[in-house]
Design a protein around this ligand. Structure first.
Ligand SMILES: C=CC1=C(C)c2cc3[nH]c(cc4nc(cc5[nH]c(cc1n2)c(C)c5CCC(=O)O)C(CCC(=O)O)=C4C)c(C)c3C=C
Ligand code: FE2
Ligand code: FE2
Length: 339
């Protein structure tokens, strides 16, 4: 029998340093996230980052935490609840990090008699720190625990017409009656090195801000997160008829150290009021589910900083979450595969 496993990033069990620390340890010790040799990674993560970050992150999480739990988990569960009845096969939900493990998700499907699994990473744009790490871990678990299972996966869907329509429709709905100067497409950042690493053709050289590094359809674009982000944006603005001077692409959530994809969301948004841009809307299409990075970093921190710098109106557009059309899209893709 066939079945699907929806996989999102995951959250700590509670917004306390005690629970945030092991979650961050698992996340940042992942070699596809901090991609340096083990000893250096342990020194960086356990010797430096995890000294202060659990407290800081726990504080940030506590600002967005809901009575029912982490927004990312609660919203993913709501989406799962809507997708299951629309799907013709069993659908389970798991997280890459934290307690809702991929192993538990596979076990749940196994218990229902599923032997052919569609792995569905909930990331529109491909990155080794998001998509690849899920696929690698799932395969390790399959070999050890479920050797009889067969896996397929949903590739990055950054340019799939249904997803683009869902994002465009959501933007249009949220922008109704809101007269903005600039629509900011803010994507989760990654180190530039990650883009080079996943490029099998090794043709990426220096990045030029606001210029595409690859042409969609070429081998180098297949795993280029940066191109996927620009292409999602291009298709969405094309659908909505937004002119060039009314939108921009930025990258958020960088960790200190390496050079990450530019331009940086915080720097760009802080400078906008000085350039006469006083009313903005921010959309975050790298996240299908609202989470710490959208609810705290964008809707709270970026808004406060924008206003402190002279900005007047700031609208954070919610992610697709459990939007009916989006849930229909997800189940359509599952049903097409299961045919
Ligand atoms: C869009 C997909 C994501 C990519 C790519 C990604 C890369 C990446 N992230 C970090 C470090 C952190 N990210 C954190 C939170 C976080 N990241 C994503 C998604 C992607 N990350 C989500 C959905 C979330 C929110 C989780 C939630 O519970 O709401 C965090 C934890 C919070 C914090 O301390 O800031 C860290 C750390 C790196 C280093 C990286 C690529 C190298
Ligand atoms: Fe992240
Ligand atoms: Fe590229």
């Amino acid at each position: 029998m066939k079945g699907a496993l929806l996989i999102n990033l995951g959250s700590p069990d509670s917004p306390t340093p005690k629970d945030v620390k092991p979650y961050l340890d698992e996340f940042l010790m992942d070699k596809y996230v901090i991609d340096v040799p083990y000893l250096l990674r342990a020194l960086l993560v356990r010797g430096i980052i995890l000294r202060k970050r659990p407290e800081e992150s726990a504080h940030a999480y506590s600002k967005i935490w809901w009575k029912e739990g982490s927004p990312l988990i609660v919203l993913s569960e709501r989406m799962h609840k809507k997708v299951q009845p629309l799907s013709n096969v069993p659908v389970a939900l798991a997280m890459r990090y934290g307690s809702m493990t991929i192993e538990k998700g596979l076990q749940e499907l196994n218990d229902q008699g599923v032997t052919e699994v569609l792995l569905f990473p909930l990331y529109p744009q491909y990155a080794m720190a998001s998509t690849l790490t899920i696929l690698v871990l799932a395969e390790e678990i399959r070999k050890k625990k479920f050797p009889h299972m067969k896996f397929s996966d949903v590739p990055a869907f950054y340019n799939k017409p249904d997803y683009i329509k869902n994002v465009a429709d959501s933007i249009q709905k949220n922008l109704q009656g809101y007269d903005y100067d600039q629509l900011v497409f803010s994507y989760h950042g990654i180190p530039e090195r990650h883009v080079r690493k996943t490029d099998k053709t090794k043709s990426h050289k220096k990045f030029v801000t606001n210029e595409m590094c690859c042409e969609v359809g070429t081998p180098e674009a297949e795993f280029c997160y940066r191109t996927h982000c620009y292409e999602t944006t291009r298709l969405v603005v094309e659908q909505l008829g937004i002119p060039k001077d009314k939108y921009c692409v930025t990258f958020q959530s960088r960790l200190a150290g390496d050079k990450w994809l530019e331009p940086y969301t915080d720097v760009e948004i802080d400078n906008m009021p000085k350039r006469g841009i006083k009313k903005i809307a921010v959309v975050t299409p790298a996240f299908v589910t609202d989470c710490l990075e959208t609810l705290e970093e964008i809707a709270m921190r970026a808004k406060e900083d924008f206003e402190a710098n002279g900005g007047e109106e700031f609208l954070a557009i919610p992610c697709l979450n459990d939007d009916d059309e989006w849930c229909q899209t997800v189940s359509n893709w599952i049903n097409d595969w299961a045919k």
